[in-house]
Design a binder for this molecule. Structure first.
Ligand code: GTP
Ligand code: MG
Length: 261
């Protein structure tokens, strides 16, 4: 019974890099991990996917044949994938791997929010255990308001896909350590996050600070792991977190449907 790890996040947040680094990490820990590229439009990958959605649908070919733009052809590709999803699933099953890492496309809204994206994931995953990783590029989350907005996006993905989810802050190698610590401190203390938001002088918020605080408390319940795909920092913590979700026993799902929330 494989465990599925779904790598989600905004464009350029490091999904593909993390997929590659995580596979190497798992394999180096004697775990059999395979990668699935679910991006029909990707041109080059830093890893060789064991299973490639481009063998099933070709976004470029669809673009050429239909005259659709890049987004339109990506939507059409994901829609078409539904028709041969059982073949893709069979190919995944044939590996009998411990872990299956799914690398999703950059335009996450197409994949996570349109009906067919979640349906593709649901069909692949079936009743296996899943950990969803929602990636945010930490360099875009340094302002308290942008951190809050990243948390909203992460939460909305969780509500759409409904998998146990860990939030991952990527590219921590690009910030001074103190700045990373400051961001983690805000995530550990919603009051700090809200006072940070309130002190941004160019802020014109329609929401009441009390409401922001209430929501910040809910949003910061998600576990957050800081990582660097470049240096490999944080992957021990990320693996431990994934383990807690997928191998945490039946109780994890039955008694606490979602302990990350
Ligand atoms: N410094 C640094 N760069 C990173 C890290 N992770 C990814 N990158 C770089 O960020 C860029 C985007 O990384 P990808 O892994 O392609 O991101 P992605 O989310 O798969 O991108 P899309 O699929 O296009 O949405 C690349 O230039 C990577 O080399 C990291 O942890 N640190
Ligand atoms: Mg990618």
């Amino acid at each position: 019974m494989p465990y599925f790890i779904i790598v989600l996040g905004t464009a350029g947040s490091g999904k593909t890099s993390l997929t590659s680094v995580l596979q190497t990490y798992l394999v180096s820990h004697q775990l059999d991990a395979i990668t699935v590229n679910l991006d029909p439009a990707v041109e080059s990958l830093p890893y060789k996917p064991d299973i490639d959605v481009r063998d099933y649908v070709d976004a470029r070919e669809i673009m050429r044949k239909t005259g659709l733009g890049p987004n339109g052809s990506l939507i059409a590709s994901i829609d078409m994938l539904i028709t041969n999803i059982s073949d893709l699933k069979e190919e995944i099953d044939s590996y009998r791997a411990n872990y299956v890492i799914l690398d999703t496309p950059g335009q996450m809204e197409i994949f996570a929010f349109r009906p067919t994206g979640p349906l593709v994931l649901e069909s692949i995953v079936g009743d296996h255990k899943v950990a969803a990783l929602f990636l945010t590029d930490i360099t875009y989350a340094t302002r308290p308001s942008s951190l809050f907005s990243a948390l909203l996006l992460a939460a909305s993905t969780h509500f759409r896909l409904k998998y146990p989810q860990v939030n991952v802050l990527t590219k921590i190698d690009l910030l001074p350590r103190e700045e990373v610590e400051k961001i983690l401190a805000m995530l550990g203390d919603p009051e700090q996050l809200v006072s940070g938001i309130s002190s941004e002088h160019d802020l014109r918020l329609l929401w009441d600070p009390g409401d922001v605080e209430y929501i910040a408390e809910k949003l910061t319940i998600f576990e957050t792991i800081p990582v660097s795909n470049t240096t490999g920092e944080g992957f021990d913590d990320l693996y431990a977190s994934i383990q807690r979700i997928v191998a945490g026993g039946e109780d994890y799902y039955t008694e606490e449907p979602n302990p990350v929330l």
